[in-house]
Design a binder for this molecule. Structure first.
Ligand code: SF4
Length: 403
């Protein structure tokens, strides 16, 4: 098979849908219609979270056959795509809530990217009241450590120098396995292999950033000093309504401990603005908490109703105007935090992994603590680790010089 851009007619389309918001579901339906218009004869395979929770809505889009492949059956995508007969309205949805094993999906490349994403865990048991993920992905389940190592070795052999350990609820890694294990033990195992790789962790819940994990990060130059922590709200009443299992004080403690252990750490924080019941006082608590902490940057999301979740039917929904205003305030705070974090690193020498040449001019890459750096240099340095001195703030990061 030959991969063609989505804009060109194809014989087989695999559409990986998203359901995180109602809008993401609508966009998924739009993509399906676009594919059907481009080639009504195509074999259309729809997978992902929206397919999992709204299969019938997808089948209702068209008279022509659409094949649904659920999240627990993604390992069958190739077989379905190459089958002799058309998958006449066939559904491979499976029973996602009862799924005990993670889908065996071995990957060898990431379509031209310099960073490989190593998925070690899927599903979530937490049922935050705004989130559809546990319904679409099922319960938490982990890839066995030997299989994680095998996948890391494949990526390393392919030349990937940065691997990001990902999961829907990464901090629950290994809790379902026999014998039980955890993320720290998995990292230790990976480090034992001495692969020429720097590891980055994707999002971790505040309660899952333990002293032991921070200690391992502090002593291992191969684990990047980078933490992405979802806070969502800095107000205890709202955190409870969200069914988040920590008070704001725990988050503050974790951030302070992380910075004490890893002085250069980048701490990125997710915030959900305008959750039902968030009044001015609750928002001010969120703003003040983040402002007071050594956070490096924010990802700010306005709350939107996700049908099928408890929060969608809660009273006291926040008006769009209030949400917009609060989002703007937090994005402004993000800009201040980000700039201060970058400025603190000016004059230092750090390693970047060069990812690409930006607009035909400067090379672009990220430091271990996720500072975007542009610098002059030869194209042969793409996908290489190089040392740069961070010299000047720019609109989108820092200008550096190779040393
Ligand atoms: S922990 Fe994350 S994935 Fe799980 S329910 Fe909460 S927000 Fe959703």
């Amino acid at each position: 098979m030959e991969l063609v851009p989505f804009s060109q007619p194809a014989e087989v389309y695999i559409i990986n849908t998203c359901a995180v918001t109602a809008r993401a579901g609508a966009q998924s339906r739009q993509l399906i219609r676009r594919a059907l218009r481009a080639n009504p004869e195509a074999r259309l395979i729809v997978t992902g979270c929206y397919a999992q929770i709204a299969a019938q809505d997808i089948l209702d889009i068209a008279d022509s056959p659409i094949c649904i492949v659920g999240n627990g059956c993604k390992h069958r995508l190739v077989e379905v795509a190459l089958a002799d007969r058309h998958c006449d309205l066939e559904m491979h949805l499976g029973n996602i809530a009862g799924q005990k094993e993670i889908c065996p999906l071995t990957a060898t490349s990431f379509g031209g990217r310099t960073r490989a994403y190593l998925k070690v865990q899927d599903g979530c048991n937490s049922f935050c009241s705004y989130c559809i993920v546990p319904y679409a992905r099922g319960r938490s389940r982990s890839l066995a450590p030997d299989r994680v190592v095998a996948q890391a070795e494949i990526f390393a052999d392919q030349g990937y120098k940065e691997q990001v350990l990902t999961g829907i609820h990464l901090g629950h890694y290994g809790h379902d396995l026999t014998p039980k294990t955890d993320l720290r033990e998995l990292l230790a195992l990976l480090l034992d292999r001495n692969l020429p790789v720097r590891y980055r962790l994707s999002s971790l819940e505040p309660t899952e950033i333990t002293d032991q994990l921070l200690a391992l990060m502090a002593e291992s130059p191969s684990i990047m000093p980078y933490l992405h922590i979802p806070l969502q709200s800095g107000d205890d009443r709202i955190l409870q309504k969200m069914n988040r299992r920590y008070p704001a004080a725990t988050f503050a403690k974790v951030v302070e401990q992380s910075v004490a252990r890893l002085p250069d750490v980048a701490i990125g924080v997710d915030v959900l603005v305008g959750f039902p019941g968030e009044d001015e006082a609750a928002f001010r608590n969120t703003y003040a908490l983040i402002e007071s902490l050594p956070v490096s940057y924010l990802h700010v999301f306005p709350y939107s109703k996700r049908p099928g979740t408890p929060a969608a039917t809660m009273a006291d929904q926040v008006s769009k105007a209030d949400k917009d205003e609060r989002v703007a305030l937090l994005r402004d705070l993000d800009h201040k935090k980000r700039t201060a974090f970058y400025r603190n690193h000016l004059g230092s020498v750090r390693q970047i992994l060069v990812e690409r040449r930006k607009q035909g001019r400067l090379l672009r890459g990220y430091t271990g603590n996720y500072i975007p750096v542009s610098c002059e240099g030869d194209s042969a340095l793409v996908n290489q680790l190089v040392k740069v001195r961070l010299e000047e703030l720019t609109e989108d990061g820092v200008l550096g010089r190779i040393v």
